[in-house]
Design a protein around this ligand. Structure first.
Ligand code: FE2
Ligand code: FE2
Length: 169
Protein backbone atom coordinates (compact mmCIF):
# COMPACT_ATOMS: atom_id res chain seq x y z
CA UNK A 1 0.00 0.00 0.00
CA UNK A 2 1.36 3.44 -0.90
CA UNK A 3 2.25 5.91 1.83
CA UNK A 4 -0.54 8.26 0.68
CA UNK A 5 -3.19 5.52 0.78
CA UNK A 6 -2.01 4.41 4.18
CA UNK A 7 -2.14 7.95 5.56
CA UNK A 8 -5.61 8.45 4.11
CA UNK A 9 -7.13 5.43 5.89
CA UNK A 10 -5.44 6.44 9.15
CA UNK A 11 -7.71 9.48 9.36
CA UNK A 12 -10.73 7.27 8.71
CA UNK A 13 -9.59 4.89 11.45
CA UNK A 14 -9.34 7.87 13.81
CA UNK A 15 -13.01 8.67 13.15
CA UNK A 16 -13.98 5.08 13.97
CA UNK A 17 -12.07 5.27 17.25
CA UNK A 18 -13.16 8.79 18.20
CA UNK A 19 -14.87 8.65 21.64
CA UNK A 20 -17.65 11.09 20.70
CA UNK A 21 -18.27 9.25 17.41
CA UNK A 22 -18.61 5.99 19.31
CA UNK A 23 -20.95 7.63 21.79
CA UNK A 24 -23.22 8.82 18.96
CA UNK A 25 -23.24 5.37 17.31
CA UNK A 26 -24.16 3.75 20.65
CA UNK A 27 -26.96 6.26 21.28
CA UNK A 28 -28.45 5.54 17.83
CA UNK A 29 -28.19 1.78 18.51
CA UNK A 30 -30.16 2.21 21.75
CA UNK A 31 -32.95 4.11 19.96
CA UNK A 32 -33.03 1.52 17.16
CA UNK A 33 -32.85 -1.57 19.36
CA UNK A 34 -36.37 -2.69 18.39
CA UNK A 35 -36.55 -1.03 14.96
CA UNK A 36 -37.79 -3.44 12.28
CA UNK A 37 -36.84 -1.22 9.33
CA UNK A 38 -33.39 -0.21 8.00
CA UNK A 39 -31.06 0.97 10.72
CA UNK A 40 -28.39 3.64 10.95
CA UNK A 41 -25.51 1.54 12.16
CA UNK A 42 -21.93 0.72 11.16
CA UNK A 43 -23.13 -1.70 8.47
CA UNK A 44 -25.10 1.14 6.85
CA UNK A 45 -22.23 3.64 7.17
CA UNK A 46 -19.78 1.25 5.51
CA UNK A 47 -22.24 0.22 2.79
CA UNK A 48 -22.62 3.91 1.97
CA UNK A 49 -18.84 4.46 2.04
CA UNK A 50 -18.12 1.59 -0.31
CA UNK A 51 -20.97 2.32 -2.75
CA UNK A 52 -19.91 5.98 -2.76
CA UNK A 53 -16.37 4.88 -3.65
CA UNK A 54 -17.70 2.76 -6.54
CA UNK A 55 -19.67 5.75 -7.87
CA UNK A 56 -16.64 7.98 -7.32
CA UNK A 57 -14.34 5.67 -9.30
CA UNK A 58 -16.91 5.13 -12.06
CA UNK A 59 -17.83 8.77 -12.52
CA UNK A 60 -14.75 10.83 -11.76
CA UNK A 61 -11.63 10.92 -13.93
CA UNK A 62 -9.93 12.48 -10.94
CA UNK A 63 -11.60 10.66 -8.04
CA UNK A 64 -12.46 12.44 -4.81
CA UNK A 65 -10.10 11.44 -1.98
CA UNK A 66 -11.08 8.22 -0.24
CA UNK A 67 -10.81 9.75 3.22
CA UNK A 68 -13.29 12.46 2.23
CA UNK A 69 -15.74 9.86 0.91
CA UNK A 70 -15.38 7.63 3.99
CA UNK A 71 -15.46 10.66 6.32
CA UNK A 72 -18.76 11.82 4.82
CA UNK A 73 -20.26 8.31 4.84
CA UNK A 74 -19.24 7.48 8.41
CA UNK A 75 -20.63 10.75 9.73
CA UNK A 76 -23.69 11.41 7.55
CA UNK A 77 -26.26 9.95 9.99
CA UNK A 78 -24.39 10.61 13.22
CA UNK A 79 -27.07 13.07 14.42
CA UNK A 80 -29.84 10.53 14.04
CA UNK A 81 -30.18 10.20 17.84
CA UNK A 82 -31.00 13.93 18.02
CA UNK A 83 -33.85 13.37 15.56
CA UNK A 84 -35.12 10.63 17.91
CA UNK A 85 -34.75 13.00 20.87
CA UNK A 86 -36.36 16.19 19.58
CA UNK A 87 -37.36 15.78 15.92
CA UNK A 88 -34.48 17.84 14.45
CA UNK A 89 -33.72 16.77 10.88
CA UNK A 90 -30.79 14.39 11.22
CA UNK A 91 -28.92 15.73 8.17
CA UNK A 92 -28.77 19.11 9.90
CA UNK A 93 -27.93 17.59 13.27
CA UNK A 94 -25.14 15.47 11.75
CA UNK A 95 -23.69 18.54 10.01
CA UNK A 96 -23.47 20.26 13.39
CA UNK A 97 -21.78 17.31 15.14
CA UNK A 98 -19.33 16.32 12.38
CA UNK A 99 -16.85 19.27 12.32
CA UNK A 100 -15.44 18.64 15.80
CA UNK A 101 -14.80 14.98 15.00
CA UNK A 102 -13.23 15.79 11.62
CA UNK A 103 -10.95 18.40 13.21
CA UNK A 104 -9.79 15.93 15.87
CA UNK A 105 -9.03 13.38 13.13
CA UNK A 106 -6.77 15.72 11.15
CA UNK A 107 -9.09 17.11 8.45
CA UNK A 108 -8.41 20.75 7.57
CA UNK A 109 -11.02 23.51 7.73
CA UNK A 110 -11.42 23.45 3.93
CA UNK A 111 -11.83 19.66 3.83
CA UNK A 112 -14.32 19.79 6.67
CA UNK A 113 -16.42 22.35 4.78
CA UNK A 114 -16.75 20.05 1.75
CA UNK A 115 -17.60 17.00 3.86
CA UNK A 116 -20.08 18.86 6.06
CA UNK A 117 -21.82 20.33 2.99
CA UNK A 118 -22.31 16.78 1.69
CA UNK A 119 -23.64 15.59 5.06
CA UNK A 120 -26.05 18.54 5.34
CA UNK A 121 -27.41 17.78 1.84
CA UNK A 122 -27.72 14.01 2.01
CA UNK A 123 -31.52 14.28 1.91
CA UNK A 124 -31.67 17.10 -0.64
CA UNK A 125 -32.92 15.68 -3.95
CA UNK A 126 -31.76 18.75 -5.88
CA UNK A 127 -28.08 17.78 -5.60
CA UNK A 128 -28.46 14.06 -6.35
CA UNK A 129 -27.15 14.02 -9.92
CA UNK A 130 -23.75 15.60 -9.30
CA UNK A 131 -20.53 13.58 -9.27
CA UNK A 132 -19.17 15.77 -6.50
CA UNK A 133 -19.08 14.51 -2.91
CA UNK A 134 -22.61 15.58 -2.09
CA UNK A 135 -24.17 13.97 -5.18
CA UNK A 136 -22.29 10.75 -4.62
CA UNK A 137 -23.16 10.60 -0.91
CA UNK A 138 -26.85 11.20 -1.67
CA UNK A 139 -27.04 8.39 -4.23
CA UNK A 140 -24.89 5.95 -2.24
CA UNK A 141 -27.11 6.44 0.81
CA UNK A 142 -30.24 5.60 -1.18
CA UNK A 143 -28.61 2.73 -3.12
CA UNK A 144 -27.40 1.13 0.12
CA UNK A 145 -30.90 -0.04 1.08
CA UNK A 146 -31.56 -3.60 -0.19
CA UNK A 147 -35.36 -3.29 -0.58
CA UNK A 148 -35.29 -6.12 -3.18
CA UNK A 149 -34.35 -8.59 -0.44
CA UNK A 150 -36.00 -7.01 2.61
CA UNK A 151 -38.73 -8.89 4.50
CA UNK A 152 -40.10 -5.59 5.84
CA UNK A 153 -40.46 -4.06 2.36
CA UNK A 154 -44.28 -4.44 2.17
CA UNK A 155 -44.64 -2.53 5.47
CA UNK A 156 -41.99 0.12 4.73
CA UNK A 157 -43.42 3.57 4.06
CA UNK A 158 -40.79 4.56 1.47
CA UNK A 159 -42.64 5.36 -1.75
CA UNK A 160 -42.55 2.44 -4.23
CA UNK A 161 -40.66 4.63 -6.72
CA UNK A 162 -37.96 5.33 -4.15
CA UNK A 163 -37.39 1.69 -3.17
CA UNK A 164 -34.50 -0.27 -4.68
CA UNK A 165 -36.36 -3.18 -6.24
CA UNK A 166 -33.51 -3.94 -8.65
CA UNK A 167 -29.79 -4.08 -7.90
CA UNK A 168 -28.14 -1.14 -9.65
CA UNK A 169 -24.73 -1.04 -7.98
FE1 FE2 B 1 -29.79 9.90 6.65
FE1 FE2 C 1 -27.99 7.06 5.70
Amino acid sequence: MSEQKNKSMKRVQKILEHPFYRECVEKIARYEKDRKFCGHDMVHFLDVARIAMLLNLEENKKPIRKDWVYGAALLHDIGRFIQYEDGTDHARASAVLAPEILKDCGYSKEETEVIVEAIANHRNKKIRDGSDLKGILYRADKASRPCYGCLMEPECDWKRKKKNMTLEI
